[in-house]
Design a protein around this ligand. Structure first.
Ligand SMILES: Nc1ncnc2c1ncn2[C@@H]1O[C@H](COP(=O)(O)OP(=O)(O)OP(=O)(O)O)[C@@H](O)[C@H]1O
Ligand SMILES: [Mg+2]
Ligand SMILES: [Zn+2]
Length: 513
């Protein structure tokens, strides 16, 4: 007897359907598993056998041949257990012969007791099943809410094999898992707010501009001025995730195994803060069975590089391409995997090694040469991709302790950010792959970022007095465009230029002399 049961695997962040064919012959009992299985799949036999017996079903005394197709795709992990056992139970006559399995997809690992364990990548698998026209998806109970984020397919939460067999035989039906993801992601929850940060008006304004234009930003200041605080709060002023963004981001975390157990769809923008000792592979992604790196885990959110000069140059240089492309491709024998990685970069640093250069209340103990060397450690090419640089002064006691002026909330700032992005939207309708000002190319800058007469004159003066490079010039125009968008102005005027130039003045202060 031949039975076919469908399951799913994952490659990169895309799921694919695997058909598990099981043929049982009435002759000396034996067990063969074919179709490029890796070690975990081969171990499936032991798990499947024990789980079967412990669920109360005598393992069929048949010569069993099991084939996982398509044969040319590498199948990793233990998520095919449930489908394999179902195929065997079908051959053994434990499932109703008239039951239709062709529109159902089964994923999950078996424990020896017959209960079903969670696996990585369930969201991707369920989406693949839906796309293949399947009607029902059977997920491990712990992953079921994650699967239920996919529309257009009925999801069941499977605790154990006995329950699944009873359901399929119609003796005791399970209830599907339903969730309303659209309303869940309408507001992400972050637990922090911009109003927590006191003072630092210029840095806050810089964060708002960065959020509105999608600009990468560098925060420079002595210890304890709120750099980390501000970085962590950037996701709270970005527009809420769209449904597609939430699903794509969740897929990445689902595959990486970084989805918190109580979170089945990422409704908030991710914030990732890798340490400077992290390897280039962990940062960018890779490995034999490629896994997403920090840049992809930050997809649609924020990547924060604290103590920026401490990152080794070869590590930060490896970020250049991902930042440019918004995706990263890893080539392996098994094929090429592409992980999306469209994030906003926030870098933070002290002005010097001791931290207090330019601080009026502490004395800097560094020599001029050390300061230059410290700054010179930053990867130039990466710095070239940061439009905004802003300095955070040390806070005075009064500022820190003041209770008089309440600070603006994230929600208020986010409204302005959303309005500015909406204002800019029309610009991007005809430009492929451009969705915010930070992505404007040099040619587009000539087209969309043309200042008026006074603006041009001011820019010329600033350009000469600051000694801006050509790239610095383009970055100033991009930021000025966003500032004008925030003000609802079609034309870039002198006020917009003047403010944008303030976010470049560090070029001269630190990098030039
Ligand atoms: N602007 C601020 N408003 C309110 N609290 C602040 C502010 N700046 C610093 N603090 C307080 O100081 C602590 C340290 O701030 P934070 O970690 O953001 O500093 P930092 O600039 O990142 O310093 P470091 O250079 O040491 O990383 C915060 O947890 C907060 O309690
Ligand atoms: Mg910090
Ligand atoms: Zn110093």
């Amino acid at each position: 007897m031949l039975s076919t049961v469908y399951s799913a695997g994952v490659f990169g962040i895309e799921g694919f359907i695997v058909s598990v064919e099981c043929n049982g012959l009435r002759r000396i009992p034996d067990f063969h598993l074919v179709g490029l299985p890796d070690l975990a799949v081969r171990e499936a036999h032991d798990r499947v056998y024990t789980a079967c017996e412990n669920s109360g079903y005598k393992f069929p005394a048949l010569d069993l041949m099991i084939n996982l197709a398509p044969a040319d795709r590498k199948k990793e992990g233990s998520g095919f257990d449930v489908a394999i056992l179902l195929g065997i139970l079908h051959c053994g006559g434990y499932l109703r012969p008239d039951g239709d399995l062709s529109d159902k997809c089964f994923c999950g690992e078996l424990s020896l007791s017959g209960s079903v364990r969670g696996i990585r990548g369930i969201l991707c698998m369920c989406a693949a099943a839906r796309d293949a026209g399947m009607k029902e998806f059977y997920a491990p109970a712990v992953n079921a809410r994650e699967a239920a984020a996919v529309n257009g397919i009925t999801v069941y939460a499977v605790e154990n094999i006995k329950q699944l067999v009873d359901h399929l035989n119609g003796t005791e039906r399970m209830t599907p898992v339903v969730r309303d993801v659209e309303s869940e992601i309408r507001y992400g929850s972050y637990g922090v707010d911009f109003s927590d940060v006191k003072g630092q008006a210029m840095a806050k304004r810089a964060m708002e501009i960065a959020a509105a234009g999608g600009h990468n930003i560098l925060l420079i200041g002595p210890p304890g001025t709120g750099k980390s605080m501000l970085a962590k709060r950037l996701p709270t002023i970005l527009p809420p995730l769209s449904f597609d963004e939430a699903v794509e981001t969740t897929k990445i975390h689902s595959v990486a195994g970084t989805l918190p157990s109580d979170v089945s769809l990422l409704a908030s923008r991710p914030f990732r803060s890798p340490h400077h000792t992290m390897s280039a592979v962990s940062l960018a992604g890779g490995g034999i069975n490629p896994r997403p790196g920090e840049v992809s885990l930050a997809h649609n959110g924020v990547l924060f590089l604290d103590e920026f000069p401490e990152f080794p140059k070869q590590v930060t240089d490896s970020l250049r391409q991902p930042i440019e492309d918004g995706k990263i491709t890893i080539t392996r024998a098994a094929g090429r995997v592409t992980f999306p990685c469209s994030f906003m970069l926030v870098a933070a640093m002290n002005p010097c090694r001791c931290g207090y250069f330019g601080d009026p209340t502490h004395t800097c103990t560094c020599r001029a040469n050390d300061i230059r060397n410290y700054i010179a450690r930053i990867s130039g090419p990466l710095l070239d991709r940061i439009d905004i640089q802003v300095e955070l002064p040390a806070l005075t006691y009064d500022e820190l302790s003041s209770r008089s002026s309440p600070e603006e909330s994230s929600a208020t700032i986010r409204e302005r950010v959303i309005a500015a992005r909406k204002f800019a939207e029309r610009r991007f309708e005809s430009e492929k792959d451009v969705f915010c000002n930070a992505k404007l190319t040099a040619a587009m800058i000539r087209k969309y970022c043309v200042p008026d007469e006074a603006g041009r004159e001011l820019l010329r003066q600033a350009y000469e007095s600051l000694g801006l490079s050509a790239r610095g010039y383009d970055r100033t125009l991009r930021v000025a465009r966003t500032i004008a968008d925030l003000a609802g102005c079609e034309t870039i005027g002198a006020v917009h230029i003047a403010e944008a130039v303030r976010f470049r003045s560090l070029d001269r202060k630190y990098w030039k002399n």
